[in-house]
Design a protein around this ligand. Structure first.
Ligand code: IMP
Length: 495
């Protein structure tokens, strides 16, 4: 037995940063949040670097293709959840890789035989008022026309009228050809005073729409994370059971990096999975592993070939693992321990394996503390679940807007593989809850505030890059009374 009696397992709320010298160069505009995602040899560049140190959690209620597109456009990366059939996960990956800024795959299509009533119902469902009329009603069928609100008058026209009688037919449409650039498409939109430009292939099949309102969208994303072909980067979660089928499908779909998703990653199953992937793909497929909470776990997965290692057991906002199983460690203590192992390993082997702090980040200042304690990047679920772009429903509870958020180990997710220890007796108890989180609006608006705060703190610490922050940060423990001192106190707050 090893009894850690002299260790108190601590978390982020128990620490603060002590400012360092802020030089005149230390201004937010000069701060870089670039960080390595995967391992690299000393003196070389990592194969993937994030432009902001955030990745989204491998969860049904967080990381689908919609959130993945939004996050990559803002410089981070999503891991598409693996607790779904292989084909649908691969489809989500493909959707991210096929995303082209400004080129929208239509989700509103009907055939010429549909009626005005069908048009109105579709608009109600999707919220999109431009409808592609295709031979078979699919998003990539032969384009026969389009319907916009200019084509009918609700008060005047019969709801039974057929689309073919009021649509703008193909012969009268201005269309673009697949392969054209966004600026060429915008030129056509401008010249012909259009609101929507359908893009077709050589068989007249609908491929995309370009909308006037998207004209400048690509200029708003200076941190966009993309590959050499200008396609967004995306990751995907895998498990230690069906990896021999799942990994080939995800690689085929274009996933840039994989991550074994498990609450406890210090296991022979993870080693077996890593070994198989590394041998099968001759080291060309990048894969992270975890989660671990101490040096032993880090060294084990490092030797097994992990490209990055995730840290954290039991700290997630929806997580009840510690209550259910009595395993885990305070997230800050775990991170500091694993970061020391990462640094020692890098010194000894010349290989730097990035670590990710996963779960339990509540306030923006927790994020900068985690980075200062040695995390190369941060995985968050709750943070992203609150945004418009997350895949769950927005509801009203009482007088506030909320979004749904549930754990991968909750009954709702039924992702028992994540917790199963193998063997014949599979585990069937919950390690997560089903919950709501306060709705917070658009991802971009929130990221701007969070990243602004992180940069400002880094400047106070005298650091303009994350390695600099890790090297120079001075971190102090706080007492419970000084935490009270840190908030507004001894004043009567106005409503
Ligand atoms: P959050 O950012 O604090 O909400 O934590 C998200 C993290 O919690 C995920 O990245 C997972 O590591 C972890 N997690 C997700 N679902 C569960 C669960 O059901 N039980 C325990 N941990 C979970």
């Amino acid at each position: 037995m090893a009894l850690f009696t002299d260790e108190v397992s601590r978390t982020f709320g128990e620490y603060l940063l002590i400012p360092g010298l802020t030089t005149k160069q230390c201004i937010p505009e000069n701060v870089s949040l670039k960080t390595p995602l995967v391992k690299f040899e000393k003196g070389q560049k990592p194969f993937i670097e994030l432009n902001i140190p955030f990745v989204s959690a491998i969860m049904q209620s967080v990381s689908d293709s919609g959130l993945a597109i939004a996050l990559a456009r803002n410089g981070g990366l999503s891991f598409i959840f693996g607790s779904q059939p292989i084909s649908s996960q691969a489809e989500m990956v493909r959707k991210v890789k096929n995303f082209k800024a400004g080129f929208v795959t239509s989700d509103s299509n009907l055939t010429p035989e549909h009626t005005l009533e069908d048009v109105l119902n579709l608009i109600k469902r999707t919220g999109h008022s431009t409808i592609g009329v295709t031979e078979d009603g699919t998003s990539n069928g032969k384009l026969l026309g389009i319907v916009t609100s200019r084509d009918y008058r609700i008060s005047h026209d019969s709801k039974d009228s057929r689309i073919k009688d009021f649509m703008t037919p193909f012969s009268k449409l201005t269309v673009g050809k697949v392969g054209m650039t966004l600026s060429e498409a915008n030129q056509l939109i401008w010249e012909h005073k259009l609101n929507a430009l359908p893009i077709i292939d050589q068989d007249q099949k609908l491929v995309y729409f370009v909308f006037r309102k998207d004209y400048d969208s690509h200029k708003e994303n200076p941190y966009e994370l993309s590959d050499v072909h200008k396609k967004l980067l995306v990751g995907a979660g895998i498990n230690t059971r069906d990896y021999k089928e799942r990994v080939p499908a995800l690689v085929e779909a274009g996933a840039d990096v994989l991550c074994i998703d498990s609450s406890d990653g210090y296991s022979e199953w993870q080693k077996e999975t890593l070994t198989w992937i590394k041998q099968e793909y001759k080291g060309k497929v990048l894969v992270g592993a975890g989660n671990v909470v101490d040096k032993d776990g880090f060294y084990y997965l490092a030797e097994a070939g992990a490209d990055f290692i995730k840290v954290g057991i039991g700290g997630g906002s929806i997580c009840i693992t510690r209550e259910q199983k009595g395993i885990g460690r305070g997230q800050a203590t775990a991170l500091i321990d694993v970061a020391a192992a990462r640094n020692e390993y890098a010194q000894r082997t010349n290989t730097y394996i990035p670590i990710c702090s996963d779960g339990g980040l509540v306030h923006d200042y927790h994020m900068v503390l985690a980075l200062a304690m040695g995390a190369d990047f941060l995985m968050m679920g709750r943070y992203f679940a609150r945004f418009d772009e997350s895949p769950t429903r927005k509801l009203t509870v009482g007088n506030r807007f909320v979004k749904e958020y549930w754990g991968e180990g909750s009954n709702r997710a039924k992702n028992w593989q994540r917790y199963d220890m193998g063997g014949t007796e599979s585990l069937k108890f919950e390690e997560g809850v089903d919950s709501y989180v306060p709705y917070a609006g658009k991802m971009k608006d929130n990221l701007n505030i969070t990243l602004g705060k992180i940069k400002a703190t880094m400047c106070s610490c005298g650091a303009v890059s994350l390695p600099e922050l890790q090297n120079t940060a001075k971190i102090t423990l706080v007492s419970s009374t000084s935490i009270v001192e840190g908030g507004a106190h001894d004043v009567i707050l106005k409503e």
